[in-house]
Design a protein around this ligand. Structure first.
Ligand code: SF4
Ligand code: FES
Length: 233
């Protein structure tokens, strides 16, 4: 039989199976804790810390990876928590281009985060990788959430084409030896593009449409040169 733990979240008592995360228990109570790096179908790594909540300890706990414990008292949205979330968002905005991250922009307005608070901080500088017919990679928009790495690895595809590269501020997503995507183990399933929350990974055709390229031109461009013209219908 599964052991159970009883805790209180925002004043409401709940009993859950041991191992249930605070995020999951809160959801059962209808309490929505904001997330960025977390995705319900992927392994949670607790990287962005936006879901951090106050459990009365010295430091806040990331709700997406912290299991509930007996008699825990959780506050998901007190002043300290809100201030932390605001600062996390402001730091993200100082480093990364969030212009195509609608969920993060919503959080910025919810927590009244000032994108200029850390103006002058180091901006992420990365070339645009346009090295295959299927998707582009713009790591200037990447928040290192690791969703693409997880989905490319054990969580779904087992291709292991993407991984972390660099250290500290220079940590970024990359390929083995920096190879172009066509020279990696990528199978172009598109799952990384589907889980990316920031527009750092984008379908090539979407990118070309946004640039105003004619759809017919896009079709032949992304089919590769030398292909025979095909008719539809
Ligand atoms: S490319 Fe997208 S999914 Fe991958 S780590 Fe960056 S933001 Fe996350
Ligand atoms: S959503 Fe929990 S650490 Fe990112």
């Amino acid at each position: 039989m599964t052991n159970q733990v009883t805790l209180t979240i925002d004043g409401q008592e709940i009993t859950v199976a041991e191992g249930t995360t605070i995020l999951e228990a809160a959801a059962q109570l209808g309490i929505h804790i904001p997330v960025i790096c977390y995705h319900p179908h992927l392994t949670a790594n607790g990287l962005c810390r936006i879901c951090s909540v106050d459990t009365g300890g010295r430091v806040q706990a990331a709700a997406c990876v912290t299991p509930c414990s007996q008699n825990m008292q959780v506050q998901t949205e007190n002043e300290t928590v809100k201030r932390s979330r605001k600062t996390i968002l402001e730091m993200l905005a100082s480093t990364v281009d969030l212009s195509e991250s609608p969920e993060i922009l919503d959080l910025m307005s919810r927590y009244q985060a000032d994108p200029a608070r850390f103006a002058g901080g180091n901006q992420r500088q990365s070339p645009l990788y346009d090295d295959n017919p299927f998707y582009i990679r713009d790591y200037n928009k990447c928040i290192d959430c690791w969703r693409c790495v997880q989905v490319c690895a054990e969580d779904a595809q087992y291709a292991f084409a993407l991984s972390f590269d660099g250290r500290g501020f220079e940590t970024r997503i990359g390929t083995f030896m920096g190879h172009g995507m066509m020279d990696t183990t990528c199978v172009f399933c598109g799952q990384c593009v589907g889980v990316c929350p920031t527009g750092a990974l984008k379908p090539k055709r979407q990118s070309l449409l946004e640039q105003g390229v004619d759809p017919n031109e896009i079709f032949f461009q992304t089919r590769g040169k030398g292909k025979k013209k095909q008719k539809f219908g």
